[in-house]
Design a protein around this ligand. Structure first.
Ligand SMILES: Nc1ncnc2c1ncn2[C@@H]1O[C@H](COP(=O)(O)OP(=O)(O)OP(=O)(O)O)[C@@H](O)[C@H]1O
Ligand SMILES: [Mg+2]
Length: 229
């Protein structure tokens, strides 16, 4: 991608705690994701993985704990930065593309929100699409793409605004095994090239090992151990 992305943000989570009703879903979570590295978050259904991502994204206001991007607090007892000012990209399991927009429209959307000029937008959208191998698909609509291609569009949209941090929530679990392996490799290469700090939620141990620098194992709202991949 042209222009230098904001590389090297260290993510520091301390004492994250959240309960829904009486159920404690995040229980004193501490995690550091070193600058430019990928941490996989692995654990059984319902253990709190997506809730943790939502807290980092600012889609959930935690009951307590602090989140820092480098030395800047995203939330603590007094500060709460809204999602749009955190400098994040997100990729979900269900792609979440807008069906009525072309591929270019989808990828360019975060730049339109930031009022990036049209010329600059076109250049950056083309760059992002080239990086995910979809340079010639800009005029298609999501329904005219395969599942793997749709997820590549979602990836291009996540990186186009040069985020500090990328969050992935089981992005490949709707795809078949071969495609999962290919895309997993591509995501790893891309993140390595861009040097963006990332948290990658998955159920799949192989995916976690292939991609991540460290694996945080989560169970019932706690991080039970951290292993280096
Ligand atoms: N908005 C909410 N209101 C009430 N309970 C919630 C809410 N969001 C999540 N929960 C509960 O919190 C727990 C953790 O949910 P979360 O979505 O974080 O799990 P997960 O680890 O991502 O699971 P999966 O692997 O199935 O996606 C679950 O018991 C869930 O039912
Ligand atoms: Mg989840």
């Amino acid at each position: 991608m042209s222009g230098s992305p904001q590389q090297g943000t260290t993510l520091t989570l301390r004492g994250l705690r959240h309960a829904f009703g009486g159920q404690v879903v995040l229980n004193d979570v501490d995690l550091t994701v070193p600058a430019g590295t990928i941490t996989a978050l692995l654990g059984p259904s319902g253990c709190g993985k997506s809730t943790l991502l939502k807290a980092v994204a600012g889609l959930l206001r935690l009951q307590s704990g602090t989140i820092q991007f480098d030395d800047q607090f995203m939330c603590n007892g007094t500060v709460f930065e809204p999602p749009e000012s955190r400098g994040l990209g997100m990729v979900f399991q269900d792609y979440a593309l807008w069906p009525h927009m072309t591929v270019e429209g989808n990828v360019g959307f975060p730049l339109r929100m930031r009022r990036v000029t049209r010329t600059e937008r076109e250049r950056r959208v083309a760059d992002a699409l080239r990086m995910v191998g979809l340079a010639s698909h800009g005029q298609r609509r999501p329904a005219q793409l395969s599942g793997g291609q749709q997820q590549r569009v979602a990836l291009a949209r996540a990186i186009v605004a040069q985020p500090r941090v990328l969050l992935f929530d089981e992005p490949l679990s709707n795809l078949d095994r071969n495609l999962r392996e290919t895309l997993c490799r591509e995501i790893g290469d891309l993140l390595g090239k861009l040097g963006i700090t990332a948290i990658y939620v998955t159920h799949d141990h192989d995916e976690a090992r292939a991609l991540a620098h460290q694996i945080a194992h989560m169970d019932q709202g706690r991080i039970t151990r951290i292993t280096t991949a």
